[in-house]
Write a protein that binds this ligand. Sequence first.
Ligand SMILES: [Zn+2]
Length: 611
Amino acid sequence: MSYTVLARRYRSETFDDVVGQQAVSQTLKNAIEGDRVAHAYLFNGTRGVGKTSMARILAKALNCLSFDKPTARPCCKCESCIAVNEGNDIDVIEIDGASNTGVDHIRELRQNAIYRPARGRFKIYIIDEVHMLSTGAFNALLKTLEEPPEHVKFIMATTEPNKVLPTILSRCQRFDFRNIQAGDIANHLKKILTDEKMEAEDSLLRRIARLARGSMRDALSLLDQLLSMSDGKLTLELLDELLGTPRSELIIDLVEAIGQNNLSAALIQVDKALQEGLALEQLGQALQGHFRDLMILRNCPDDTELVDLSDNTVREKMTEQAKMFDDAALVYNITVMEELLRAVKASGSGRPLFEAAVVRMTVSERFSDTKALIEQLQQFQSTPATPGRGNPVTQSQSAPAAPAPRPAAPAPRPAAPAPRPAAAERVQRSQYEPTEKKQSQKQFMPPETLDIEFLQQQWQNILDEIEKRGKKSLVVFVQLSQPLSWEKQTLTIQFRPEQNGMRSLLQDRPEQMREIGEALADVLAQPIKLCLASPGAADTDKSDKSDKAALGKAPPHETKPEPEPKASPAKMPPGAKPSQTEINEAMQEPQIRNVQEILGGKVRHIERGKS
Ligand SMILES: [Zn+2]
């Protein structure tokens, strides 16, 4: 027994059957009932959205023999209806524009059009892919359209209305068919499977519906293929197998490595994926799709249906992963993948390009705040050293020259908007619940009741713990801060006056505040509101003693023996190389450490300020 594809077996029979095109159906029904049927229609829409089905239903409606005039509810049982369904009615002539482009064919059509219909009320021409007709054929068609015999109707369908001659367009009533909503497609698939006495998880049907991108025919064809592969059970794994989609863990691991700026792990993951026999394009598309999903997860409620993640473990992992990137980074990565996919198609050397793109994305994270960091560094340099502390104003040469310190420096980010949802309100505090999952992993043991002394004494350890959990980029923002107060689950941190640049940097980044609060809550295993002390808070008493008291334990670099301020010279002679000791000293400076960690580079030259 031969197998009839689902799309054919389950073709819509009546106006009400056509999924997702209610507006068109209703207008046509109204026209028929009001006896206002036009003599030419143009159905426009992408493939598989129901244009041909609708054309046939309209033909049946016009010619149904069970009624003595056109009807909005053709019987689907009479000779005429059955013949139209099968595509071999004598009065309903279907022409495929793609294969009958010639003028001769249209001339023949014109000649035949003069004769009255053999059985029905109308002679109906359904011309599919009408934009494919040659100009000669178009012009021949136009002649008939200009003076159509009373008994002739034209229903033309196209996916590219811009290629249809304007003179033809102007003589047609045009209907634009919408892409069918994924939910509508999924429901329809479910109905079909019930008829077929087959079962499938809703998540699978939703996934197929999304893959079909609005085309019912594509969805049905996917389902056909799945049915032919299955031994009675339809599963997501089967679909992955059919599509050659990479396993989700593979992509998650690769993106994890990119998010952690771990270049070697990222490249190893690429190799692993290719070893599994994945094509570069599949891998690229999967990676791009993954970044897209992370972008959605970052910005939409946790249970959003905009991402198609039926596996809850995967969804959890990805929700966690979404926090590793900011919106700008995700937009950037999606764009990089887009460029890559195009380049891979055009080039024979796909793999090096692919690896280069992965390097770009992996390194780019470090550059995301370059501008802010340089500004901060400049501010730091222009701030006179606090009296009594005598810290050397040090300069790493590589830092100001940051934009091109590495060969693998990524192209500038696209000017993509980086929405900062609460930026306007300058939200500086938020409350977070620690995640249970993370608590089980921790080694750092916070006390049950937190107090300010613990927080101050353990601040560095707390930050180290956050770093250990893969949030190094967050720690950079608060490394120079100290806890000031702890009340009602609210932790207020402050920066020393000379670090106000870093403070305002953080203040302008509610997103980072949010993430730091989250990381703290995680490490300390309790809800934490993170707050920034006002810039003047540490400024009230500048005497060394009370300054330290207010700060609690002084930041580590302050406990180090301070270098003897050199009386002269104030500047090193140009070109003079600093000694290793001086370099080591400079590297102890947290600002320099941060810059070095984020941008790379070495201290080559030291310029001392007056102390
Ligand atoms: Zn009928």
